[in-house]
Design a protein around this ligand. Structure first.
Ligand SMILES: *Cc1c(COP(=O)(O)O)cnc(C)c1O
Length: 379
């Protein structure tokens, strides 16, 4: 009998449902009515899921992963230096996704500043308010909702209040939160959010999207640094053509995305997904804690997306052994550390249940055994 395929706890990509993968069996012609209707339907559902209103917000799908969508959002919406004196982006930063947003803006030759915070603490809205008061040249603020570097969530509701009160424009990277935590585009007074097909909605990788205020997009016509990553142009073309991408769309990915959204809605939408992922996260986090692993972030800022633990500070600890034993048990985890301190990360999203997390914890115990480490035997 063939081995069952491994479960991805990377995340993402995430493990997907058979019906999602089955939706990729045909080769849809991109310019025909059925594919355009499917794409419009996906875009419309995403506007609602992000807390937007179709009258005032537009979902613009783009080929690529979440990073492409985030970069397209920034490149389209942050004014170039020669445009009305240019824009300056503030990125309050407590992980790599914040740093990469700032890096992408600099690479485009735009102006960005960071407000660095500790990677194991949520962003502090008051510090953001102070930074905005201190620098009138800041026009935009870009925040990451769930920082997948560690798995913490930032208090975007309160951050949005201070950004709105300071009359600056807000973007939110909701790549790791959409479908899992409430996203409130309208209530946040945000100009845009960006996300992708392959995390909380459990599609396959390959489709990013930006959901933006129509007026914010219109005001930035001609601003983008890039032809293919121009969200305003793509959005205008999408509406005029009733559902076409300007260039080759990821047709199979969009078909799978629609199937994943069907399942997402049938399951009970964001609240149900939050509940399942929370049960996964609790089982995983508490199981690892029982073995003696120390989570990097406090439970009250833990998003149910990925759990990061300190590597045991003992010579017997060996990440490669840990990775291999988990892999042999059928689980693929992120292959290395991304935090400043030695750590490992295990995702808890995708087509997985608390029972799978129990098996991950059992595999972690077996990995300790293989290293000759007893549970709770390190400081
Ligand atoms: C996954 C993720 C992205 C996008 O990463 P890709 O490697 O392009 O998929 C962006 N921001 C956050 C917070 C993420 O978790």
């Amino acid at each position: 009998m063939a081995e069952p395929p491994p479960i991805l706890l990377t995340p993402g990509p995430v493990s997907t449902a058979p019906a999602t993968r089955a939706a990729m069996q045909a080769d849809p012609p991109p310019w025909d009515a059925p594919f355009k209707a499917l794409t419009r339907d996906v875009a419309g559902r995403l506007v609602h899921l992000a807390g937007g209103d179709p009258a005032t917000h537009l979902c613009v799908p783009l080929p690529g992963s979440g990073s492409y969508a985030v970069e397209a959002m920034a490149g389209t919406l942050l004014p170039r230096p020669e445009r009305n004196g240019g824009g300056r982006l503030l990125v309050p930063c407590n992980g790599n996704y914040g740093k990469w947003l700032e890096a992408s803006v600099r690479i485009m030759g735009r102006d960005a500043v960071t407000l660095d915070g500790a990677e194991d603490a949520a962003l502090d809205p008051q510090r953001i308010a102070d930074a905005l008061a201190a620098d009138p040249a800041i026009t935009h603020v870009g925040v990451v909702h769930v920082e997948t570097t560690t798995g913490l969530f930032n208090p975007v509701d309160r951050i949005a209040e201070v950004v709105h009160a300071a009359r600056r424009r807000l973007w939110v990277d909701v790549v790791a939160s959409l479908g899992i935590l409430p996203v409130r585009l309208n209530d946040w007074h945000a100009d845009a959010v960006a996300s992708s097909s392959n995390k909380g909605i459990e599609g396959v990788p390959g489709c990013g999207f930006v959901i933006a205020r129509r007026d914010a997009l219109l005001a930035m016509r001609g601003n983008a640094h890039s032809l293919s990553l121009d969200v305003e142009w793509q959005g205008r073309f999408f509406e005029e053509s009733q559902g076409r991408f300007r260039y080759t769309p990821p047709t199979h990915v969009v078909a799978a995305f629609a199937a994943a959204l069907d399942a997402f809605e049938a399951d009970g939408g964001q609240p149900a997904r939050f509940a399942r992922y929370s049960a996964n996260c609790r089982t995983l986090r508490e199981g690892l804690e029982d073995l003696g692993f120390m989570p990097l972030i406090a439970a009250d800022i833990q998003a149910p997306v990925i759990v990061t633990c300190h590597a045991p500070p003992v010579p017997a600890w060996n990440f490669d052994t840990f990775y291999r034993v988990l892999k042999d048990a059928g689980f693929i985890i992120f292959p290395g550390k991304v935090t400043q301190v030695p750590s490992f990360r295990i995702g808890c999203i995708g087509q997985v249940q608390p029972a799978d997390m129990e098996r991950v914890v059992a595999a972690a115990r077996a990995a300790l055994d293989a290293m000759g480490l007893r549970p709770r035997s390190w400081p």
